[in-house]
Each structure stands twice: as structure tokens, then as C-alpha cells.
Write a protein that binds this ligand. Sequence first.
Ligand SMILES: Cc1cc2nc3c(=O)[nH]c(=O)nc-3n(C[C@H](O)[C@H](O)[C@H](O)COP(=O)(O)OP(=O)(O)OC[C@H]3O[C@@H](n4cnc5c(N)ncnc54)[C@H](O)[C@@H]3O)c2cc1C
Length: 665
Amino acid sequence: MWTGSAMPSAAFHHLGNRTDSTENLSIWNWGDGRMDDDTMDKVHNKRNVHGDGGLYVGGVWLDTSEVAERIKARGDGAHHDRPCERSQSRVCAAKPDGSYDVIIIGAGCIGSAIARELSKTTASVLILEAADDVTQGATKGNSGIVHAGFDDKPGTNRAKYCWPGNQLFPALDRELHFGFERAGSLVIAKTDDDVKALVELMARGKKNGVKNLRIVLREELLLLEPHVDKDAIAALLAPDAGTITPYEYTIALAENAVQNGVELRLRREVVAINKRGAGAGELFSVEARHWETPSVAEKLPAFQAAMDAAGGVAWSPSPGTVMGGPAVREVYRARHIINAGGCVSDKIAAMVGDTSFKVKPRMGEYILLSKAEGPKSRHVLFPAPHPVYGKGVIVQTTLWGNLILGPTARDTLKKDEASGEYVVDQAVRDEKTDDIMAYILMKCRKLVPNFNAGNTIHTFAGVRAKNTTGDWVIGPLAGVPGFINAASIDSPGIAASPAIALDIVTMLQAAGLQTIPDPKFIPYRAPIFRPKDGYKGLKMTPDIEDAWSCKDPRSNVVCKCERVTEAEVVDACRRSLPIDSTQAIRKRTRAGMGHCQGDPDNYCCEQRVAAIIARETGLAYEEVGTRPWPASSMMPKRIFDKADLQHVRELNEDGRSVTLAGAAL
Ligand SMILES: Cc1cc2nc3c(=O)[nH]c(=O)nc-3n(C[C@H](O)[C@H](O)[C@H](O)COP(=O)(O)OP(=O)(O)OC[C@H]3O[C@@H](n4cnc5c(N)ncnc54)[C@H](O)[C@@H]3O)c2cc1C
């Protein structure tokens, strides 16, 4: 087997033959049958896991055959015969004069949810996204909990939008099929003071309109959660809390928005906004830097021409990513601007003179365990709340069956008493990885003592867009008609996103946007991943030289751990969003998400995926973007060896109590 880090292109010399066979692929024709229950029970202990013999749709479990029927009845997910152009969607939504009704800055869950709502109308909408794909900001690295909304301070924007957003998820998932499980959540109490906190939380939840909350006592709790710490005495149950995979949710929103006429431009960093004057007919002009990776930029004639005409600039994002390269200046015009820039939303607001808030990023790190640990929790398990540091360090099983531990909550900025300015907290920045991991493990052991930390497969982090006002900044900006903030939205921003999107559309209407319903709007989108029945009907080619010997792309496995097929990768490539990296495919199909994390000594799944992207897009194999490393991982290596895993086990077993700078005790 080939085990190097770059793929010899000879291994894929016959890829060209494949295009015909995938052209008329009916992705939803996967047949019947269930997985071998004995085998899967050993792993999942009878807990349904998204993708194994069925899918969660709208909060409930559907077997493979039921899912197939529903999807067939509701369209095919708009599978095109070829991928779209580099860095932009197929459609141009501009009006005849080249302007747009609305420009949305940022394609996280907030920008994408707003775009999808607007795609139900005939308004012309453009999304400008600085990164090389949608959902690359806070929406990528978080817990994916559709919170019920009981802990948010009444009267805040968090409290206003969370429960209504939560209630919109079942219907949204029945249309978009990103996968939504109504797992429910439990806040665990171990002391009398904790129980008092549960009562307060329940009262707060009622004020926020949250329904179905109740306190369960120890006996019932142990039935609901057999692995919870036996010192637990009660818990607050919120049955409406749910679990999604946040990037799959956002991809589904953006895909459907674009399918319905929204234009998306990637690799566009907004750097300046010129305010329109007082006249009602005047437009905003938005200046963006369009960047491309150097070797691809050379091959894009329009990009080169723009470089020659205007002189290029260098684009250099944060270290540790694969993004960066030459950039050209572009200008877009629109009547309305939505600022959905997440952690950068304060800088975008400042471009039109709004300096009323400053983002104070709060780090959140996670440890991800394999699916063997998934049965250790059924609900989302929270500790009794800390008065300042949010929801605490959580144990939960993801939609896809992994146990996830975390996040931390570490404030990266602190106020300099002398100057009054926020400055980087050096102690937080320099915190040792071992201490961060030991802290997460320590906190999670108090909820579920018996997980096996030796089954760690990955670590990652996200950054919350906390800000100096203490609440989300949502609404029209006084004095700048047409500019609306959907800014600085930290947790529970995902849960709230569908409700925020509806409200932003109302604000746009109040600001003069005509929202005529589009009769051609198609609400449905098929999932990319097809449920599998064990390995039934799938063919593996351990020797990578045989990677394309399997004649049927629906059987040809490209990722062994997650049972991803060539057909699913092709489907992802040919949808409405541009694809040019294995990272983008990883988020859409799970190729590389499994316990081997794409280990070339195992199955070379990243190389297989890169070859398919190259074939589909016409990029050279070497030009396909790969998974960035270390990106947000805490571990020094992507593939853990036995010594690494033993180290994590020891961190868990040494039982020490750890404190972290900038975090809760
Ligand atoms: C550790 C952690 C755990 C969390 N857990 C949960 C949870 O369980 N449930 C929940 O509901 N919420 C949770 N959240 C909060 C949730 O992740 C956020 O509220 C949500 O993702 C915010 O989405 P957004 O679209 O506003 O921001 P982002 O996802 O950050 O999107 C902003 C986008 O704007 C782009 N952008 C920035 N600057 C520019 C520019 N100049 N030009 C063009 N584009 C630009 C960025 O590239 C990015 O794609 C958590 C957050 C963290 C960090």
C-alpha cells in the first residue's frame, strides 16, 4: 500500500474514465436492508446513530427505507452535471445595473440562515465570505446543541431568539435534511445549592417561554443516563434540546439559498464600506479583496487581468490555515447590508462608523472520542451552571455517535486597567495544552466518570464572539439607513439562527426591501450522506492502486471509517456551492472524520477524495486544497499513536485538579 503524504498522480491516470459513469447518478437509489444488529449493537448499544441504518429527520429517527421514500418524493438535492466555477456560485443575482438589493457579509450559520430566508423572495442577494468555504468561522467549531433557551438572561437577545429558533428546527430539517436529533438535555445537580440553581433555571426558562421543562430525581436520572456520576441527585430535563452538526446545518442552508437564486462569492474579504448619502436612491459600495491560492491564481485569466489592471495585494489570514495568496480589489453595490461577520463583526460595523461594541473572543476547546464511547451519554449533559462562565464543560454524544467533551471557556482579552483598552491575556494565550486537556477531562469526569480517554480521536477549538455590551448586537444601525447588524452572536447562536433570520427579514422590510414571494422557491434539499447498513453493498480497495476498480461509485468506499462512497463525494462536488478542498468534502460527507482521521497508513482517504475533486473540478491534483493542520487542534499530530493515547489516558487518570487562566474554576 502507498503511504506517502502526496499522491503519485500515476495512481489516478485513469480517472478520466469515470465522469460518464457518474453523470446520471441517482444518489438516492441505495436499496433496502438493515445493518447487522449484532455487530452494531456492540458499538452503539442500541442508540440510533445518524447514518447507521437510517437518519434523524426533523428530530425523529427514520429507517433507511422510510428516508429514501421521503427524499425521492421531494427532489434530488439539485445535483448538477458539473461543479460550479472557482470561488463563486453558478448564479449571478445582480440586477441589470450590477447592484444587489442585499449584501450579506459572512457565511456562518447566521448569514446563511438569513440568505435562505431571503431566497424565498425575489430580492437579489449576494453573500461575501472571506474564507474558502462557507461555515469556516465560529459555526465550524462548537457543540452543535440546539439549546432550549432556559439559561439565557430574560430580556436579552439570547433569551428572545433561542426558544423560537429551537422550535423551528424540526420543520427546517424536514426540508433541508442536515440531521436533527431531539436528544434532550439534562443539567446535573450534585448538591443542594445545585438543586436551587435548577429551580432558578426552570423559572428563568419559563420567563423565556421554554416549555416542557421538569426536574427529574436521582432514580429517574439514572434510568435516563446509566453512566452519569452516581453522586448526582437531580437534573433539569429539557426534552426540546437537540443535536445537529453545525457545519452540515450551515452548508444545507447555504446550498438551498444558492439553489434558489442567492449568489455566493467565496475568498472575498470585505475591507471597506462606503456609506450611502441621505438620498433614498443611493447605494452602499462594498470593497472586498478577492484572494486566490498562488498556483490557481496564475490559471484564472480574469483574475490575472484584474491583477494587471489594478496591481495585486497579498492576502494573509491567521497562521495555521491553507488560505492566502494574491488578491485583487472588487467593489459591489447594494441598498442593504447585513453584517454577519461573527468575530470580525465589530470591525465591519466600524467601517460605517459603529464603534458601539468590541468583540472579546472567548476560546472553547474540545476533545472528541470515538464512536465506541458514544453510548456513555444519551442526552446533552451540563453541569449545574457557573454564574459567569456560561453553560459549563459538557458531555454529549454527537449526531454521528462520537462522545464529545468540552468546551472550555477562556477569555482571550483582558482589560488593561491603566489604558482601559482590551489587550491579549498572555497567560491565556500561553496556556499549556496538557493543562487544557486535563481541565476538560477533569470537568467531564464529574459528569460521566467512566469514559475511556484512550479513545480520543481528535481535538479542536472554536471562538465565541463575546462582546463588550454583554449581548448580541442585532438590529438596524441608527443613522446608517439600510445597514443591519446580526453581529457578535455567541452561544446559543446556532439554536437562535432561524429565528434571527426571520427577524432580520422583517427589519429589511421595514427598511424598504420589497419581499415578493418567489413562486419558483424550492424548500427541499436532499442530504449528501446516504445511510449505510454496516458495510453491506460497499466495496473497499485497500491497495490504493485499485481505487477505481470498483465499477459502481455508489459502492466504491473512499473513507473506510465513515463508509463514505465516491458517489457521495461526486454529489457534494456537483451541488450549488463551490468545492476545491478535501476539507470542504470532509464537512459534507464525513470523509476523514472517522477514528483514523484519514491516516495514510490505513486507507489514504484524503488522497482518494483529492483525486475525485481534481477529476471533477479540473484542478491539478496538487492544487486541490487539503485539510489544514494544525488548524484549531491542540494535539501535535493529526494521527495519534499509542504513546499519544497513553498520554491522554494518563492525563485523565492522574486525577489532578487544574485551573486555567481566564476560565471558570
Ligand atoms: C466553543 C463554542 C461552543 C458553542 N456551542 C454552541 C451550541 O452548542 N449551540 C449554539 O447554539 N451555539 C453555540 N455556539 C455559538 C455559535 O457557534 C455561534 O453563535 C454561531 O456559530 C455564530 O455564527 P455567525 O454566523 O454569527 O459567525 P461565524 O460562524 O463566525 O461566521 C462569520 C463569517 O464571517 C466571515 N467573515 C469575517 N470577516 C469577514 C469579512 N471581512 N468579509 C467577509 N467575510 C467575513 C467569516 O469568515 C465567517 O465565515 C458555540 C460557540 C463556540 C465557539
